[in-house]
Design a protein around this ligand. Structure first.
Ligand SMILES: *Cc1c(COP(=O)(O)O)cnc(C)c1O
Length: 352
């Protein structure tokens, strides 16, 4: 069957962003491709990214993602960012997946052929060991010959005030000073765009920025390009007569006779229902608003005066007049949530 929605993944935009970000950071990238590569498609993005000369490796969030990417045999290291269960360790180590270590118990549980990245908690208070303990764990890992990398994660690098991030980075440097040389990585996208080169770092981990989005105050640092364009088909066009309402709850009433196109995307595809009465799409060469409630599988769009037929495509977000940032704003969330919420019904297709 034909896909009703297609997410076009631009190879040139991704390559442009990866080059720009590694240039800015002054180091190769450990590219986050967790959560289906921020919704862009795990296998598709892993393949594209692995071919980029400035991508050192690929970072994932779950053991299942690590296994899926490692089995692609792309020739680049796969780094798991959250702790696996003890019974998963051997299979992951067998696949060469780099494993995160944030406690002494996790370090001691590693098999002898494991490769570890020490996670240092410098203020995020999510995963990892506090600096003093991290030194001890890192030294133990190094004694066993398992320590390849060490990393930390900024909690507020996407905010204009960088004092907390600077404090985090100082703590991380303090740990590194007591370890043998390792692959050190700290910056997420906000960190790369805010700090550029960070002394002593070997890699950087920009996620959302690699897919084309930066916090508002950092948008002028690099000209990033949105990688995904989401299009959906028009399934029907009909007239709504003046005084009639459209969709659940009758939230919108036609002030005059209106042509409505029914588009095959809804909140089950990840288009946020909270964008109801705020959303617009690009259709027939114009920006047109969505009428009434966004449904599970469909939405209705005002195409009055346009020549729009069933089978035509509407652009829901992309690199033009409507971006994921707009959709996130209409629905009161962030680009991360909109992108990772894109469902499995939208086909991911590589494009220019
Ligand atoms: C998701 C994640 C990143 C990427 O963060 P962005 O804000 O998307 O740049 C980097 N490091 C870790 C540990 C992460 O979990």
């Amino acid at each position: 069957m034909l896909a009703r929605a297609v997410a076009h993944i631009s190879e040139s935009a991704l390559n442009h962003n990866l080059s720009a970000l590694s240039g800015c950071a002054g180091v190769p990238l450990l590219l986050p491709i967790k959560a289906e590569a921020y919704g862009h498609g795990l296998q598709l993005v892993a393949g594209l990214a692995a071919a980029h000369p400035e991508v050192w490796g690929l970072a994932v969030a779950t053991p299942a993602e690590a296994q899926a990417v490692a089995r692609l045999s792309l020739g680049k290291p796969v780094v798991l960012l959250t702790p696996p269960a003890p019974e998963e360790l051997t299979a992951l180590a067998d696949l060469g997946v780099r494993l995160p270590v944030g406690t002494l118990a996790e370090a001691e549980a590693l098999p002898a052929h494991a490769v570890a990245h020490l996670k240092v908690d410098t203020g995020m208070n999510r995963l990892g060991a506090r600096p003093g303990e991290a030194v001890h764990i890192g030294q133990r890992l190094a004694e066993r010959g398992l320590l390849e990398g060490a990393y930390t994660h900024f909690a507020s690098a996407d905010e204009p005030d960088l004092s907390f991030s600077q404090e985090q980075f100082r703590k991380f440097q303090g740990v590194l000073a007591h370890l043998p040389p390792v692959l050190a990585h700290a910056a997420n996208g906000g960190g790369v765009l805010s700090f550029g080169r960070l002394p002593g770092m070997s890699l950087a981990r920009p996620g959302l920025a690699s897919y084309g989005f930066a916090p508002e105050h950092l948008r002028s640092v690099l000209a990033l390009r949105p990688v995904m364009t989401l299009r959906a088909r028009v399934n029907q066009v009909h007239t709504v007569y003046a005084g009639e309402s459209v969709s659940y709850g009758g939230l919108w009433t036609a002030p005059r006779d209106t042509q409505a196109a029914v588009i095959g995307v809804g909140y089950a595809d990840g288009y946020p229902r909270n964008a109801t009465l705020k959303a617009s799409v690009l259709i027939g060469g114009e920006r047109r608003r969505v009428l009434g409630r966004i449904c599970m599988d469909q939405m209705m769009v005002d195409v009055t005066g346009l020549n729009v037929q069933p089978g035509d495509w509407a652009e829901l977000w992309g690199n033009g007049k409507i971006t994921v940032s707009n959709v996130a704003e209409w629905s009161g969330t962030i680009e991360y949530e909109v992108l990772t919420g894109l469902g499995v019904r939208a086909e991911r297709v590589k494009s220019e």
